[in-house]
Design a protein around this ligand. Structure first.
Ligand SMILES: [Zn+2]
Length: 220
């Protein structure tokens, strides 16, 4: 009888030692409000340089995968567009500000008439609000997607300028590139997943940073 009880107690110990780690795992994005902005939509197709997939559709596919990754970590995700509807810049920044987002990632694919051109480009609106954030997200895409690094540059986008949270447009890869067009159109969603994973990794890096605390006596 005693033996059976000890085994049961041991089992309970093992169960409780294991459970908290699996059910209460926290990630740097857990509990944070993050806005994903899938570029274009509706009558605005974005780049149509890939004949089998519009930029608008591909952006939404990537955004949905990014949403899943973030929600698995129990981040609170807001999407400026969830279907193939047209959204103005005003719709997008109004949604993001009302949602109370702490960061916004606008998902885009670049386009060129040169179908051999590829690379990843990060855009920021306001220097102080957005640049460090854009660089942090872009760093992952530049090292993980296997395309050339086109850097981070300033772009006066209405969405970036009007949202009151750190924000970036990521021109993730060129959908006009023959290889990317084939990969993004092949219905496995593998390339979309890779891009979403890099955006997610960048967000993890950003939220893992210690929050800057105001230095007393230095804010004159
Ligand atoms: Zn675009």
């Amino acid at each position: 009888m005693l033996k059976r009880t000890s085994i049961f107690v041991l089992f309970l110990f093992a169960l409780f030692a294991f459970l908290p780690q699996t059910t209460l795992a926290v990630s740097p994005v857990t509990g944070h409000k993050i806005v994903i902005d899938p570029g274009h939509g509706g009558t605005d197709l974005g780049s149509t340089a890939c004949p089998t997939l519009t930029e608008a559709d591909a952006n939404l596919q990537i955004a949905n995968k990014l949403k899943t990754l973030l929600e698995t970590d129990r981040a609170i995700v807001g999407m400026t567009r969830t279907d193939d509807s047209y959204k103005s810049n005003n719709d997008r920044y109004t949604f993001a500000n009302n949602f109370g987002g702490e960061a916004l990632v606008s998902v885009h694919l670049n386009g060129s008439i040169d179908h051999s051109k590829n690379g990843t480009l990060g855009l920021y609106g306001k220097l102080n609000k957005d640049k460090a954030f854009a660089e942090r997200i872009h760093a992952r895409l530049a090292t993980e997607l296997g395309v050339s690094d086109l850097g981070v540059t300033n772009f006066a986008s209405g969405v970036l300028l009007k949202v009151n949270m750190p924000a970036t447009i990521q021109e993730t890869v060129f959908i006009s590139n023959t290889t990317e067009c084939t990969l993004l159109s092949n219905s496995t969603g593998t390339r979309q997943q890779e891009i979403a994973q890099s955006l997610y990794n960048g967000l993890i890096d950003w939220f893992a940073q210690p929050t800057p605390t105001p230095k007393p006596g230095k804010n004159k």
